[in-house]
Design a protein around this ligand. Sequence first.
Ligand code: NAP
Length: 437
Amino acid sequence: MPALAARETGLPAARLTGERGRTCGQLRLFAELVRSGGALGARIDSGPSGTDVRLRRVPLGPVAVFGASNFPLAFSVAGGDTASALAAGCPVVVKAHPAHPGTGEAVARAVTAAAARTGMPAGVFSLLVGRGHDVGLALVGDPRITAVGFTGSRAGGLALIAAGRSRPVPVPVHAEMSAVNPVIMLDGALAEPEAAASSYVASLTAGAGQFCTNPGLLLLPTGPAGDAFLSAAARALKAAEGQVMLTPDIARAYTEGVRRWENVPGVREVARGTAGAGPYAPAPVVLACDAAAYTAHPELTGEVFGAAGLVVRWSGTDELLCLLEELEGQLTATLHAADADRATALELLPVLEERAGRVLWGGWPTGVEVCHAMVHGGPWPATSSPGTTSVGTLAIERWLRPVCYQSFPDALLPPELRDGNPLRVPRQTGSGITGGA
Ligand code: NAP
């Protein structure tokens, strides 16, 4: 499967082998969650008047999944949205991504075979293949669909959100769209500019920059330490070569996006790598401008999907705070700082929490851990659902709804809510969490 996906996407086979591991790992993680009973969210309590009330979560119903072009395995047919929806007990209909139809079909065959082997009901999983937006719009418009998961462009996400809202019975569309993932460098983090700059360039150019968490915006202080970082980044970037992008359209959008940035007055090129072989491997690039140019030109604020970085120079904490306050919602925000920057960091943190779903202390935002505590989400327009995540076990909550049972006889309650707790699931009660294996 990695070899087929490599042929369709241009991604290296080694990366896709790793991605296959992540795909299987997240399916297993959700299986563990189901076995633990934790996702049921069982609660047993009584109100002030003593009435017996019990709650569990039930699946919404059939879910439509639009896979991502940039993760043909881990965020496509059997990816995170599919895994979390199936774990919630929802049948899944995947709209195949047109950038990797063969991989999509091969994965769908594997899922269908696994469903048959494990005695799942017929129709628990299906794949729709076809060119053009009509297929996806018809899927979202189908009255049997109860929720939608999407990863892709802002334009695509907006179209599907509108489709979900305009149905006679509207449905939630959990869309993960675009982000520039600001990285804030404070003075203390610039003591070793070579190391910091080479790790920045490595993160910016990994996978041709085609990660939703790509560090597209770096906020760098003015002054000699910032200058030294930028010179080191230029040296590292000049040695980098462009890789084949996922589709001709994505390569074209990258080239146009870089040109859009370059045409803004006050923007200058810091460095450019070399283009790779063929027409779809454009050179990585880093551009820079000052804070005034950035705030005066909204065309600089959007994502350029690919290995293009914009560095904005700031002077003083007030200017930095203004820049952060003007940012749109983001998947991530990263703070590079040393102990000496602690007071500034504390001043910035409330704004970062407000702007991003994941706040990092050091490191780089590319590389998303799949685990219980991960948030891959964030305020609009990073996503349409700021209250949730599309990676990690919390993602299951998108496909569940709570039902409360009031004053029911024990025998008529679902097993997870009966007095004896025959399924031994964890339950929130008036005296804390009880039960669980
Ligand atoms: P896309 O064009 O949004 O397509 C994603 C999926 O949505 C595809 O299955 C596509 O199928 C469908 N679709 C797109 N527009 C639609 C519409 N108006 N109505 C109904 N269905 C629609 O995304 P992409 O091809 O993966 O990449 C294009 C751009 O998306 C990139 O340049 C990048 O900006 C962004 N992107 C962002 C992320 C992220 O995580 N932030 C990840 C990947 C890509 P059809 O075209 O067959 O309808």
